[in-house]
Design a protein around this ligand. Structure first.
Ligand code: PEP
Ligand code: MG
Length: 553
């Protein structure tokens, strides 16, 4: 009998993939602040060669990738070529540093200077770390950091992917992604959903996999199997084919088996993603992340500039709902004109609606631009506020939106206080939309971007499900619609549970809509409620998943 090894993680999507492993090199360690042994000239020559090699490597990668990736990589190459940086490195080597440490320290000082400028340049500060790591890896004889390249398709195994890695990911050669760190809201998971790549994240056991291992990645079951036998591979591939058939056959609006309507909406952040969502059959937009449009902006965009962009997005959804979220600045999405500098704990700082209240003119201008664009469009435009924590904040936002000409104004429920007090908060909103990414982060006090606490970032956890149930009940009692727009809505089984807990619409990356639609069509509202009750009463996320899977098998 062939023995197989099963590695468990969190699956993204429902696909399967089989192929050889290629590992992404581990991060390059920071060099020690040691004194150099050799002469300053020799050390200088090493540093110059490493920076030149790094620049050449980045340009070559850019040329191979083309498009926006080429622009990103050329910009990084220019940083490696910067004469001011070279002068700083020379100076540090003259003072006794090794080439490794001189590059590390010089880049760090440039990075801090850029970061203090804020705005677009501040955003680019992290790129200097990437350049430094490449040059230091070259000096230490370590593999080139970043996504490896291969002529044959492979399964990429990594700790987690940084946003910079995703720019160079060649979707034709990557069969699936497996990460040891990172949870369902990590960059890797979001990318996998957006691009429809099979992925298993947070699979700690995948640290044991080595280049060339043959693996079967099964996203639906959240497993990675080393040396699978042919029978299991065939079974998995058959299941994927059956799912694709169900998916292809499931078109039209989202409905349960008993005809109960669950509109399936898209999460978007740009005009391009709006077009893609419309093409994929989204029934509208449940979350338009407007801050993404202005991440590099130094100052607040004008009313006309905003209205032009909004009009282009609305044009993709005639006669459909488009829920626009006003700027959600702060923490992982700082905007130079809204975000306070130097907060020690920006995830708990003046972010979201709090930042907008402190800069009310920015909020007024955005609402005015939205009202203007909506008046010139056939879309049913609604607005919502991010990071609302009290009924007073909900009322403040609704009153202002109504005053400025947007008649439907809701709030996101993504701070636990808003969910706990849902019965008091819901009457102050025209609708609510639950952001499960931040709700989970704040329920567990676990940074959603941090791999070391990723195991806690799981929206299947009953601690999160019970809060969603509280909001669902308050919505039903007050006749207020309850949407879900966090990544949880893109998980087909969890989508059933969310409907059972009272969600009236689901919004997700548009690539997930077909899977969710197919899954919802298999159950009635009574089934969904029964499964939701099982999940919410389980003691853990794992037990909730298992209870639902067992009850459906
Ligand atoms: C959320 O927090 O769940 C959400 C949808 O908002 P974002 O991911 O943009 O913070
Ligand atoms: Mg959020």
């Amino acid at each position: 009998m062939v023995t197989t090894e099963l590695i468990r993680g969190v699956g993204i999507g429902r696909g399967t993939a089989v192929g050889p492993v290629l590992r992404m090199p581990d991060p390059v360690p920071d060099p020690a602040d040691a004194r150099r042994d050799g002469s300053a000239e020799d050390e200088q020559a090493r540093a110059t060669e490493a920076l030149a090699a790094t620049s050449a490597q980045l340009r070559a990668r850019g040329q191979a990738a083309g498009g926006t990736a080429a622009e990103v990589l050329d910009a990084l190459a220019m940083m490696a070529d910067d004469p001011a940086l070279a002068a700083d490195v020379t100076h540090r080597i003259d003072d006794g540093a090794t080439a490794e440490y001189a590059i590390h320290a010089a880049m760090a000082s440039f990075r801090d200077m850029l970061a203090s400028m804020g705005g677009y340049l501040g955003e680019r500060a992290g790129d200097l770390d990437d350049v430094a790591r490449r040059a230091i890896a070259h000096l230490m004889g370590l593999p080139e950091p970043g996504v490896p390249r291969s002529d044959t398709p492979f399964i990429l195994v990594a700790r987690d992917l940084a946003p910079a890695d995703t720019a160079t990911l060649d979707l034709d050669s990557v069969l699936a992604l497996v990460t040891t760190d990172g949870g369902p809201t990590s960059h890797t998971a979001i990318l996998a959903r957006e691009k429809g790549i099979t992925a298993v994240v947070g699979a700690t056991g995948a640290a044991e996999l080595v280049d060339g291992d043959q693996v079967l990645v099964d996203a639906e079951n959240g497993t990675v199997e080393r040396d699978p036998d042919q029978e299991r591979v065939d079974l998995a591939l058959q299941r994927t084919a059956a799912l694709s058939a169900i998916r292809a056959a499931s078109t039209g609006p989202g409905r349960l088996a008993d005809g109960h309507a669950v509109p399936l909406l898209a999460n978007i952040g740009s005009i391009d993603s709006a077009r893609e969502a419309a093409a994929r059959g989204a029934e509208g937009v449940g979350l338009f992340r407007t801050e993404v449009l202005f991440l590099g902006a130094e100052k607040a965009p004008s009313i006309d500039e905003q209205a032009d962009t909004y009009r282009a997005v609305f044009a993709e959804f005639p006669d459909q709902k488009v829920v626009v979220r006003v700027l959600d600045a702060g923490a992982d999405k700082p905007l130079a004109f809204l975000t306070d500098q130097g907060e020690e704990n920006p995830a708990l700082g003046r972010r979201g609606l709090r930042a907008l209240q402190a800069h009310e003119q920015v909020l007024r201008d955005q609402l005015t631009a939205l009202a203007k664009a909506a008046a010139a469009s056939d879309a049913h435009v609604q607005v919502m506020a991010p990071m609302v924590s009290t009924p007073e904040e909900a009322e403040y936002f609704r009153a202002l939106a109504h005053e400025l000409g947007v008649p439907t104004a809701g709030v996101m429920v993504e701070v636990p206080s808003a969910a706990i007090l849902a019965d008091h908060l819901v009457p102050h909103a025209d609708f609510v939309s639950i952001g499960t990414n931040d709700l989970t982060q704040y329920v567990f006090a676990a940074d959603r971007l941090l791999g070391t606490v990723a195991h806690l970032q799981d929206p299947w956890h009953p601690a999160v499900l019970r809060l969603i149930e509280t909001v669902g009940r308050a919505g039903a009692e007050n006749g207020v619609p309850v949407g879900i727009c966090g990544e949880a809505a893109a998980d087909p089984s969890l989508a059933i549970v969310l409907v059972g807990l009272g969600a009236t619409t689901l919004s997700m990356s548009s690539t997930s809509i077909a899977d969710v639609r197919a899954e919802l069509s298999q159950v009635t509202l009574d089934d969904a409620r029964r499964l939701a009750a099982l999940a919410a009463s389980a003691p853990s996320a794992e037990a909730a998943r298992r209870a639902v899977a067992d009850a459906r098998s």
